[in-house]
Each structure stands twice: as structure tokens, then as C-alpha cells.
Design a protein around this ligand. Structure first.
Ligand code: F6R
Length: 370
């Protein structure tokens, strides 16, 4: 039952504002003493000592969960000032990884059954690391074999292309980074509270993007001809570019690549012509002007641009034909909003091509074999 939606994927995209509230429930609270917002995670409280001692954190995951890991690295490094490595679980397990007993290994997995991620944590556990699971499926193998963790609690995800699990993972990673940063004293009270308040405001801002679904639907009809797409973003939005490209590949069968925008000059610019749409994720944060320079380079080569911009943007609107606006938020939370139009774009392109959105060819929801 798609509950009134034509596909599970669309239902799950629209579920995001509500399930993210579930994900935050009981974890973001008002302090009974100061009446200020605070993040309470039992995993961080119960393993405070090991987490504070960690000289480094390694995140292992695959696919969309790996993209969440790339943003998790930025969140944890920003708020906790501890180095974070992000590894594909499949590569980590065969790389004879250097893991010290004081390391913390975080496994991110929607299903909790991904074979490579499970193998990676078993190895890390043997070497004495603390295993921290960020999982959706309650009671799954990765959840059971982790020493501790935080469930994302976004409800079952049925569509093969991951949507609400991704944003749930980002919310959990933000809460972990804030809770740990507070415990370490590496985040100031003001930034801590501002980030929590902005995080709590995300679901309503997502609704404002979802209200533009008809517009995004109309826009996507213009791009069904494409055989290749490029997705470009920087800093916090660079992993969003990777995720947007993966969504399009998976369900629309259109070849797409995500790149940090500045890498364009080092190769991919050779591909740009009138036949290859370029999606820029260029919200109003640092490096905005640099994104604009890259856009000019695409325009001068007759490339077609779809730009994800911050509400009220004037400069980019004057330059490109297709613009989708997302509400203003903090840079570190930008991915939670900028990914939504990309999910919708891939969905509508796939539907227009008559493809099986919920069960794309060759893909399985849980990859339980290598
Ligand atoms: C993408 C997608 C896959 C999964 C990957 C990891 O839409 O669904 O790339 O993200 O197979 O799966 P989990 O998170 O279950 O470990």
C-alpha cells in the first residue's frame, strides 16, 4: 500500500518531514534546568569515556549510506575536532586496515544487513575498536553486532532507492556530533543551541520544498532525453552531488557523475556540451561565488544548468534557466534540504521514462552477499 502515492519512493520522499521528527523525538529535548534545547543520546552518554578518548573515528558503509558518512565526517570534524576517515566497507575489509584499540568505528546502514559493512565491523571489533551502529532496521545483524549505537527510526524503507533513510542518517550524525562536541567542549553553547534550533526547523523547511513537487515534475520532463548528467557541489553539498547522481543512475538508468565543482577543470569539463545537463547544488554558503564561476564555464560551453539555490537568490536566477529554491539554513544542515529536489528529479525522470521506480533492474534492497 503506497498510502495514496503512486510509488513507495514518492511516499517515502514525502514522509521525510514526519519521520525526521520521529528520529529527533526524545533525543532533542528542552533541558529541565536551563530550558535550553539539548541533545540526549544514550549511546553517547553510556560510552562517553571511549568516545572522548578516541584519537580517530572511522566510518564504514556503502552506497547512499557512504554518502551520509562523507557528511558525517564533516559534521564530526567540525563539532568535535577529531579526525574522521570514511571508507567503503567493501574496500576497508580487504585493506588490512590499521585499527587501534582506542579507535571508534561507526557503521552506517539502513538495512543493517549489508554483507560488506557487517564484515567490516567484525574485523574492527576483533582489533578492539568500539563499534557504533547507525542503523534503521531494529534488531538487524549490524545493530546486534554493534557495541552501541543510535537507531535512525524513520520507519521501514521499501523503495529500493534510499531517500528517508539518508536524511535520517544525517539527522542522527548531526545529533551525535553535537552531543559529542558538547561533551568534549569543542562546540560553544551558542553554536550548539543555534544548530539544534535549526535542526528542529528542518522538517517544516522540507515541506516548503515538497510543495514545489509540481514544478520539479514539469522541469524533469525536459531532461528525459539525456544520456549523461553531471552533478556538482562543494563542501557540505559535495556529497549531495554524489547522492543526486546515484539516485538518477539507480532508477532512471541515466549515467550520472557527481564531482566537487572545482574538480570540473581537471577532466569532466571536456564532456560539457548542449546534450549534457549539469546540476549545480549552489546554496548560499561559503564557496557560493566559486560555484558561480564554474557555472559561467558551463554556460559558455552551451551546457544546460539546473541549479539548487537558496530562497531569494538573485544572482544565479539571472544566469540559468532552471532554478529550484530551498529555504535558508546553516551550511552544515544544507544537505538535508538540497537533496530533496534531487530525489524528486530522479523520481520524475524515471516515471516519465516508464521505469519501475520502486524496484529498479539489477538492484536489491539489502545487499546480503558480496
Ligand atoms: C542507494 C541504495 C544503496 C544502499 C547501499 C547500502 O539508493 O539504496 O546504495 O545505500 O546498498 O545499504 P545499507 O544502508 O542498507 O547498508
Amino acid at each position: 500500500d503506497h498510502e495514496g502515492f503512486p510509488h513507495f519512493m514518492l511516499k517515502e520522499i514525502f514522509d521525510q518531514p514526519n519521520v525526521l521528527k520521529d528520529c529527533m523525538r526524545g533525543r532533542i529535548i528542552e533541558s529541565p534546568y536551563s530550558h535550553q534545547p539539548e541533545v540526549l543520546l544514550s549511546a553517547v552518554k553510556n560510552h562517553r569515556r571511549e568516545l572522548l578518548q578516541a584519537k580517530r573515528i572511522v566510518i564504514v558503509s556503502c552506497g547512499t549510506s557512504w554518502h551520509a558518512g562523507l557528511i558525517g565526517k564533516q559534521l564530526i570534524e567540525h563539532f568535535c575536532r577529531v579526525p574522521v576517515e570514511v571508507a567503503y566497507a567493501s574496500e576497508f575489509r580487504y585493506s588490512d586496515p590499521v585499527i587501534e584499540p582506542n579507535d571508534v568505528v561507526m557503521a552506517i546502514s539502513q538495512s543493517g544487513e549489508t554483507a560488506d559493512t557487517l564484515a567490516a565491523i567484525r574485523q574492527a571489533k576483533e582489533k578492539g575498536a568500539l563499534i557504533f551502529g547507525i542503523v534503521n532496521s531494529v534488531g538487524s545483524s549490524i545493530a546486534r553486532e554493534s557495541d552501541t549505537g543510535t537507531y535512525i527510526h524513520v520507519g521501514p524503507e521499501i523503495g529500493v532507492a534510499s531517500t528517508k533513510a539518508f536524511t535520517g542518517q544525517l539527522v542522527v550524525l548531526t545529533m551525535i556530533a553535537l552531543a559529542l562536541g558538547m561533551a568534549k567542549g569543542t562546540v560553544g553553547q551558542e553554536e550548539y543551541e543555534e544548530t539544534i534550533n535549526e535542526l528542529v526547523a528542518i522538517p517544516e523547511k522540507m515541506n516548503k520544498i515538497l510543495e514545489q513537487n509540481d514544478k520539479i515534475h514539469a522541469l524533469s520532463q525536459k531532461f528525459t532525453y539525456a544520456h549523461n548528467f553531471l552533478y556538482l557541489g562543494r563542501a557540505w553539498n559535495y556529497p549531495v552531488a554524489l547522492e543526486g547522481a546515484l539516485k538518477l543512475k539507480e532508477i532512471s538508468y541515466i549515467h550520472a557523475e557527481g564531482y566537487p565543482a572545482a574538480e570540473m577543470k581537471h577532466g569532466p569539463i571536456a564532456l560539457i556540451d548542449a546534450e549534457m545537463p549539469v546540476v549545480f547544488i549552489a546554496t548560499h554558503h561559503s564557496l557560493y561565488q566559486k560555484n558561480i564561476s564554474n557555472m559561467q564555464e558551463v554556460i559558455s560551453r552551451q551546457g544546460h544548468i539546473i541549479a539548487i539555490v537558496t530562497e531569494g537568490d538573485e544572482e544565479i536566477k539571472k544566469m540559468v534557466d532552471e532554478v529550484i529554491e530551498v529555504p535558508q539554513t546553516l551550511a552544515c544542515l544544507a544537505p538535508l534540504l538540497s537533496v530533496i529536489p534531487l530525489q524528486l528529479l530522479s523520481y520524475h525522470v524515471a516515471v516519465a521514462k516508464g521505469l519501475n521506480v520502486d524496484q529498479p533492474r539489477n538492484l536489491a534492497k539489502s545487499v546480503t552477499v558480496e
